[in-house]
Ligand binder design. Sequence first.
Ligand SMILES: C[S@@+](CC[C@H](N)C(=O)[O-])C[C@H]1O[C@@H](n2cnc3c(N)ncnc32)[C@H](O)[C@@H]1O
Length: 319
Amino acid sequence: MATGLISFRDYMAHKVKEYYAEGFREDFFTAPELDRSFGYAVAQEIYHLVKDYPKPLLLELGAGSGVLAFDILTFYRKNHPDFFQRLTYFIYEFSPYLREVQKGKLRAFEGKVFWCEELFPIDGVVFSNEFFDCLPVHVVKEGKELYLSEGKEEIWAEFCDTRIGDFLERMGYMGLKQTLEVCLDCLDFLEVLSQNLKRGYHLVIDYGYVSRELKRFPKGTLLGYRSHRVADPLEDTNRMDISAYVNFSALEYYGEQMGLKKVYMKSLRDFLVSSPVFMEELERLSLSEDGEDIERFSRLKTMLVSMGDRFKVLLQERL
Ligand SMILES: C[S@@+](CC[C@H](N)C(=O)[O-])C[C@H]1O[C@@H](n2cnc3c(N)ncnc32)[C@H](O)[C@@H]1O
């Protein structure tokens, strides 16, 4: 490979790290930031999965402002105090800045929440919301991969990693004429996760697609965010968040190879409407005339309508 070229994967890895080193997506809201009902729905699901474990361990990947952890722990303390006593909550987070933000947000749960820099043997549930979309991707098209020159010129050249060809073959994408992303980092992470998950579940919530939906994205799924607006991921700016839709078919297929069996995959809307705590809250808010409740009701509708189909929920179980 010519000198002065950087693979898009390395460029994205650098941009994502730089972005989260200084903060968190103030550029848009995530579901847990929209409303606490999201966290309560996740909490209730996790409770049903591991309520009988003597010492359940919950590990959240990429915790942002810490709001999801806060809502989950608040839900248990109020509704399942015995489970709350038994569990330990870990956060895996690479941004030192965000670790401090999370510690501040979770002060009320001191002694219950811990931070880790790498995974370790787990009996419980590993889960995330909008974590896998941050992992860097190789951008490929018709047998070539995207590189950038120093002047950010797009150069298409041979794959930098032989595993990319293997991935395309296994996933049945070989003859495709469109641009698509290959997230080897997602697979590497899944591998480490599967090796460490001794007993329990992996719950992934993120925006993404399955293989049959790929044709909806002929130019790929990369997204750049800056100052509340969708931006060109290659735009020259200091702070730009770049993400890519998560390939849920790949998580499912490679997960099975690694001993993680799919329990279900569904849209976020289906996940939420099948959640008793979410539906109770939705119904209560729909009947209320209180100003704050009316606002919350509209946020829940946003979650169902604008995120409901774009986001998927995958649950895998350690075999
Ligand atoms: C989009 S935010 C989601 C935050 C939170 N889960 C939410 O839904 O509000 C992504 C989070 O993952 C973290 N993150 C991104 N890449 C990571 C990596 N490679 N290792 C650890 N944490 C990472 C970011 O610092 C941030 O906390």
